[in-house]
Design a protein around this ligand. Structure first.
Ligand code: G4F
Length: 347
């Protein structure tokens, strides 16, 4: 086992995901040696980092096989790599799905985070740990916007697991002096977002409808509002949080909420399709004003058993302590995603 960390060496759990791939890009550009943990699967799922494996910096990118449930192999990887910074961005990240698979959600998001904390606690040198906490730990908060002191009140299995993991980070920080940071991130999106999240479902759907490849998109609750930001900006905050003198928790958010309906309207408008909404709630639809065709429909099957409410973040601490501020917000996120998806379809 290495007795000291390798400077400018980072380990990313979740490197094949949206955030992991942007973070890997950022760290490689900063001259880091980047190690990523990938799941062994029969099909490769590395499309988001494929370009890094052939670009400049490829010699500084190493992938290791493991799984969040295999704590022994995670320990071995950490000991071998001896990272100075560990970014834990992995796990089951779909809130709706967490109602279907609560135990997997809890194993990956709660127990695995605790296992990582235990692994890092045993290291013979000081390591810095970033945990991707989530606004979902606030669930149904009594106040808006939320800040680092707002009480947790999760309303779904995903939020419960994140609340446990975030609190464990605080315990290890206090009890063992571990440099553990919770980034309490609100929704952050990009063209690399998975297609089962609402933003990407909308941007890709709008692009396909514009290209004549799809007729309509079917969504759940259009009244739901989220504080939507831009993922590449959020990974900057993750890195900055580990460069600070002290480990703290940070709200990472834009401070502005947009409804699913308005997000969809912005994405469609960007591709030249103005929408007219009619009906209410579970019977709402939207037509294109130019053709009159229904292009958006609500289906109650996409409603959640319980919806998180008023998730709006106050990121003033991140601004003050890290100099970080979200620049791309709500409708601008929708426009950029729709443009990128349409460009990719044309290409
Ligand atoms: O895109 P969503 O599935 O994201 P959600 O649930 O807010 O969670 C995301 O952000 C969290 C906070 O940062 C993360 F912790 C989490 O890992 C994930 O990245 O849903 C957003 C909203 C919800 O209110 C949902 O009810 O959109 C509503 N919605 C309406 N129709 C839909 C749909 N969501 C999905 N996934 N699919 C729909 O058809």
């Amino acid at each position: 086992m290495s007795r000291s960390p390798r400077q400018k060496t980072a380990l990313i759990l979740g490197i094949t995901g949206q955030d992991g791939s942007y973070l890997a890009e950022l760290l490689l550009a900063k001259g880091y040696a980047v190690h990523g943990v990938v799941r062994r699967a029969s099909m490769f799922n590395r499309s988001r980092i494929e370009h890094l494996r052939s670009g400049t910096g490829r010699n500084r990118l190493t992938l290791h096989y493991s799984d969040l449930t295999d704590h022994t192999s995670l320990r071995r990887i950490v000991q071998k790599v001896a990272p100075r910074e560990v970014y834990h961005l992995a796990g089951q990240s779909h809130v709706g799905l967490s109602f279907e698979i609560p135990e997997v959600t809890s194993e990956e998001n709660a127990t695995a985070t605790l296992a990582l904390l235990e692994i890092l606690r045993d290291l013979p040198y000081a390591v810095k740990f970033y945990h991707a906490a989530s606004s979902e730990l606030f669930g149904a908060p009594r106040t808006a916007p939320q800040n680092e002191t707002t009480p947790v009140n999760p309303v779904n299995p995903y939020g419960c697991a994140k609340a446990f993991a975030a609190q464990m980070c605080r315990v290890y920080r206090q009890a063992y002096g571990l440099f553990a940071v919770n980034g309490i991130a609100y929704n952050h999106e990009s063209p690399r977002r998975g297609e089962n999240f609402v933003t990407r479902k909308i941007s890709l759907g709008a692009a396909r409808i514009r290209a004549g490849q799809q007729k309509e998109i079917v969504l759940g609750n259009l009244d739901a509002k989220r504080d939507w930001g831009w993922a590449p900006e959020f990974v900057e905050a993750m890195w900055l949080a580990l460069q600070a003198d002290e480990p703290r928790d940070y709200i990472l958010a834009t401070g502005r909420a947009t409804s699913v309906r308005d997000f969809a309207a912005a994405a469609f408008a960007e591709l030249g399709m103005k929408l007219k909404f009619s009906g209410k709630g579970r019977a709402e639809t939207a037509r294109r004003t130019d053709t009159g065709a229904v292009v958006l429909r609500v289906d109650p099957k996409f409603y959640r058993p319980v919806e998180s409410t008023t998730l709006l973040g106050d990121a003033r601490l991140a601004r003050k302590a890290l100099g970080w501020k979200a620049a791309t917000i709500g409708p601008a996120v929708a426009r950029q995603m729709a443009r990128a998806d349409f460009a990719a379809l044309k290409a």
